[in-house]
Design a binder for this molecule. Structure first.
Ligand code: ZN
Length: 105
């Protein structure tokens, strides 16, 4: 007998339940056309290093259900001071979110 997967609860709803904020950010992961001359996308190795990935926009709080704009905007300002994750940190975040285990060669 299998256990049903837990129902997905959108993070904005989770934020409302917890009385916190739902703030969104975007990072750029650069891709390039494959150097083997096929029309496929591959990661651009020149963009993958130890430094923080570039953010694509300002931190967004338009989908936050909090109804406490002063507190919410202050949280946005704090988040905008943080570096985005590095490629390795992002890889671990993706692995965790997708239920993979990442190991280094
Ligand atoms: Zn908020």
């Amino acid at each position: 007998m299998t256990t049903p997967a837990p129902a997905f609860i959108h993070p904005s709803d989770q934020a409302a339940e917890r009385g916190t904020h739902y703030l969104e950010g975007v990072v750029r992961v650069y891709m390039m056309r494959s150097l083997d001359d096929t029309d496929t996308w591959v990661l651009d190795p020149a963009s993958i290093g130890d430094e923080a990935l570039l953010g694509d926009e300002d931190v967004e709080n338009g989908n936050c259900p909090c109804e406490r704009p002063d507190e919410c905007n202050a949280a946005v300002e704090r988040m905008e001071q943080l570096f985005m994750p590095s490629a390795e940190e992002l890889m671990h975040m993706l692995a965790t979110a997708l239920d993979f285990t990442a190991t280094k060669n």
